[in-house]
Design a protein around this ligand. Structure first.
Ligand code: SF4
Length: 244
């Protein structure tokens, strides 16, 4: 299997959120193998959610710069200050952004990720927060195991400080526009605490390594009618045409 520089990087570095996919019941090892060897499939979600998550992050940043405290919309208890990534773990600059990074020797993966916000609490421990622009519905509940892995990955990467709290902050759009003159959509924050379970990370890193080390992509999920199902059908038809 020929590997480009990009695929070499994809076989070396993994983000806590990508790792979280492995725990979902819908996880497909074949997809994962293809993505790691050849690059990600086109995004299924429009980039607007990433933009809105960035708005929440910037609001927290500005509030600490100007008022030395959380913005009023984010009601987290006992927060003393906002903490920079350099203070809490080993940091790598990648594509103009800072990431926490650590090598898991057994699997050979570098776990690399950047939490949205990290706060030091009054008792000297850390509270790690990730923003999600979504309403907290049963669908979000289904994704909870993925987010649990994501936040616990950040916990492991924060090696210089004890972490006592992990939270998802759902920024939910309110139902109605405030007025009909300007398009001012309001959001409210719903905070969901996440269990501290750092022990789930090493076994998922080992599982990810086992899959990508396979010589060939694993079998398709039975009854999956996604991309590879149609590619296989096209190949079958071409073979039949040539044989007839
Ligand atoms: S189309 Fe289905 S079986 Fe094929 S790689 Fe994607 S999820 Fe897996």
């Amino acid at each position: 299997m020929a590997n480009s520089d990009n695929s070499n990087a994809r076989l070396k570095y993994i983000g806590p959120k990508d790792l979280g996919n492995l725990i979902l019941p819908t996880f497909c090892p074949r997809c994962f193998w293809y993505e790691r060897h050849y690059g990600p499939f086109p995004a299924r979600f429009p980039g607007i959610f990433t933009v809105l998550d960035g708005v929440s992050k910037k609001s927290v940043y500005r509030s600490f710069q100007t008022r030395k405290k959380l913005p009023d919309w984010l009601n987290l208890p006992s927060v003393k200050r906002r903490v920079l990534l350099d203070e809490i773990g080993a940091v790598q600059n990648f594509q103009n952004r800072k990431y926490l990074i650590a090598l898991h020797k057994r699997s050979g993966w570098y776990l690399r990720g950047a939490p949205d916000s990290v706060f030091e609490l009054e008792n000297g421990t850390l509270h790690i927060v990730d923003f999600k622009t979504a309403r907290f519905t049963s669908k979000q509940d289904e994704l909870y195991p993925l987010y649990e892995v994501q936040l616990n990955g950040y916990l492991l990467l924060s090696s210089k400080y004890p972490v006592s709290k992990l939270s998802l902050v759902y920024c939910e759009p309110k139902q109605e526009l405030k007025d009909d003159i300007k398009f001012n959509l309001e959001f409210e924050a719903k905070i969901v605490d996440v269990d501290l379970k750092p022990n789930i990370i090493p076994e998922l890193l080992m599982k990810a390594r086992e899959i990508v080390d396979l010589e060939k992509p694993p079998e398709a999920i039975p009854n999956c009618h996604g991309t590879c199902y149609y590619i296989d059908k096209i190949i079958d038809n071409e073979v039949k045409k040539k044989e007839s």
